[in-house]
Design a protein around this ligand. Structure first.
Ligand code: BJW
Ligand code: ZN
Length: 254
């Protein structure tokens, strides 16, 4: 990653009055959580449509639940990394920052981010397939799978968004508004292959990408920073707004 690209990205962020951030699985990679696609991806042994669809759940709810409980255990044992923390710190110091995440792992919450729009739901929430009852659960195992709803006995499911399902309406509307209003959209750790989330990138006034691997959007964004989020986000966002806008004085000739 070139120093020039980082400097240009820092200049854009420093000049921005409001920032929106779109994160994907890659931001949690340095916490040890596997991504979905690519090397070590969660889905190397499972095709996504086998597990993350309402049809898969209808056909084999036990296997789908086992996959989610396995992921819960991995996430519970993990910690937010420097990338999550840099975003939380930026929000704390600068305000005017909306975090839109495709991740269901809850690591942004644990890092201290407050204004989070979870467009693909939350792995720690469960919803009844019968009566719609919702509950929060940190269970890593259940006596029977799928667990029954305490209200009506119908199967509970993870309250996440599977392929073919609509995104939560209000949350999605807020995400669209945040991107439309932001001076800069920071796109971190997403392969940008899943829609409608990836489509947010095309609506940004100005986008900066942070990803070690090129995506379909890399050549269209204002700056593509090629590298891991845990290193690049502190470098991009750290230091505070004033410091970033101040040029160092020229060195006098000898
Ligand atoms: C690092 C790193 C480091 C590594 N630092 N980076 C338009 C066109 C085509 C298709 C569609 C379309 N609109 C809708 C569709 C259909 C479908 C879709 O998108 N299909 C495509 C796959 C073709 N979309 C939907 O069905 C959506 N619903 C919808 O559109 O509703 C309307 C509708 C209703 C009825 C019928 C049809 C439409 C719903 C999508 C739901 C996605 N759900 C999942 C599962 C969530 C629950 C769970 O977690 O189990 O969301 S799928 C999965 O992919 C998950 C993720 O949030 C999502 C995105 O993945 P992400 O985050 O990009 O991860 P990866 O692994 O792909 O990428 C990781 C990246 O990190 C890589 O680039 C690495 O390089 C990078 N990385 N280390 C920074 N250290
Ligand atoms: Zn119920």
């Amino acid at each position: 990653m070139s120093e020039l690209a980082l400097a240009e990205a820092r200049r854009l962020v420093a000049a921005a009055e409001s920032l929106a951030v779109l994160t994907g699985a890659g931001i949690s990679a340095e916490s040890g959580i596997p991504t979905f696609r690519g090397p070590g991806g969660l889905w190397r042994n499972f095709r996504p449509e086998h597990l993350a669809t309402p049809e898969a759940f209808a056909q084999d709810p036990r296997t789908v639940w086992e996959w989610y409980l396995w992921r819960r255990a991995a996430i519970a044992a993990a910690e937010p990394n420097a990338g999550h923390r840099a975003l939380a710190e930026y929000e704390r110091q600068q305000g005017r920052c909306t975090l839109i995440t495709q991740n269901v792992d809850g690591l942004h919450d644990r890092a201290g981010s407050r204004r989070i729009l979870k467009v693909h739901g939350d792995l720690w929430q469960e919803r009844c397939t019968g009566c719609g009852h919702q509950r929060r659960s940190h269970a890593l195992a259940y006596p029977a799978l799928p667990p029954p709803c305490p209200e009506c006995g119908a199967p509970l499911r993870p309250a996440v968004v599977w392929f073919g399902e609509s995104l939560p309406r209000v949350v999605w509307a807020e995400a669209e508004r945040a991107v439309a209003q932001a001076d800069v959209l920071l796109v971190v750790g997403t392969a940008a292959q899943v829609y409608p989330a990836a489509g947010l990138i095309t609506r940004a006034r100005c986008a900066i990408e942070v990803n070690p691997t090129p995506t379909p959007f890399s050549s269209h964004v204002a700056v593509a920073l090629a590298g891991p989020a845990g290193e690049l986000l502190p470098a991009l966002l750290g230091g505070g707004r004033d410091k970033m806008t101040t040029c160092p004085p020229p060195i006098p000739p000898a």
